[in-house]
Design a protein around this ligand. Structure first.
Ligand code: GDP
Ligand code: MG
Length: 257
């Protein structure tokens, strides 16, 4: 069977969820398993990266420069930078197309909404990826997710992001190295069992003013159609499972090498 490479791995999530750190760890992981991997940085405002990007948006747009030149505040400059990239996507695409790697990881801007919930983000992704295969990793901070209503709202945001980005999506819970054993098993039982999440959400939050527990359960069940995996971007814990899920989506479970 002819397999079309490269495969794209898009890293999404709210600011600080660990996108850049995961990109770096996943590069190391794939590299140490003899896979050929490259990274594209699409964050125009990042100062320092823990990995060497093969293609870097800052070559074309620098959010700080845009801020000064256009007299914009930080948010306006970020929005303008991502929109400017969409207008000049041709050169970036040529650079990505010249990469010979099997996997290309795309690290996205810090603020999810600037990328996923405006026109330019999905357009940029669609242009880069073309008809190749891609998977989205939606990162959720594991510490934040300990509170049931936080976890539920993060999973709703993940679904909402999926409606915008439209590639198969995996929820990745980060920072599990910061959890105690009891916290980790509490998180696992919620992310493995929609009934448990739903009952705890109803206990924990006032959303029962708005939704019945049956409705919350129905929603939670739908949200669990996304696979979930807990990881630490520091220790690499969980990366075997993450890789297995990525492979299942991209190559039907087979290593294509
Ligand atoms: P981004 O805004 O989504 O790209 O997030 P970053 O990758 O920049 O991470 C935000 C902060 O969280 C940084 O200080 C990281 O070192 C830290 N971080 C990210 N992932 C992990 C993790 O798995 N464990 C721990 N302990 N810290 C993490
Ligand atoms: Mg980042």
């Amino acid at each position: 069977m002819v397999v079309k490479i490269p495969y794209y791995i898009i890293v999404l999530g709210t600011a600080g969820s660990g996108k850049t750190t995961l990109t770096s760890m996943l590069m190391n992981y794939l590299d140490s398993h003899q896979m050929d991997v490259a990274a594209v940085n699409l964050d125009p405002a990042v100062e320092e990266l823990p990995y060497n990007p093969d293609v870097d948006i800052r070559e074309w747009v620098d959010a700080r420069e845009v801020m000064v030149k256009r007299g914009l505040g930080p948010n306006g400059a970020l929005i303008a930078s991502v929109d400017m990239l969409a207008l000049n996507i041709g050169e970036l695409k040529d650079e990505v197309d010249s990469l010979k790697s099997n996997y290309i990881i795309i690290d996205t801007p810090g603020q999810l909404e600037i990328f996923a919930f405006r026109d330019s983000g999905p357009v940029v992704l669609r242009t880069i990826i073309g008809d190749s295969k891609a998977v989205s990793l939606f990162l959720i901070d594991g510490l934040y997710a300990l509170k049931p209503s936080n976890l539920f709202s993060a999973m709703l945001l993940s679904a909402s992001t999926f409606f915008r980005i439209k590639y198969p999506q995996i929820n990745v819970f980060t920072k599990i190295d910061l959890l105690s054993e009891a916290e980790y098993s509490g998180l696992l039982s919620m992310i493995e069992n929609p009934e448990e999440l739903a009952s705890r959400v109803v206990e924990d939050a006032d959303i029962n003013l708005m939704w019945s527990s049956e409705e919350v359960y129905g929603l939670a069940e739908k949200l669990y159609s996304f696979e979930s995996v807990p990881v630490s971007n520091n220790s690499g814990q969980g990366f075997d499972d993450l890789y297995a899920l990525i492979q299942r989506v991209l190559a039907g479970g087979e290593d294509y090498l």
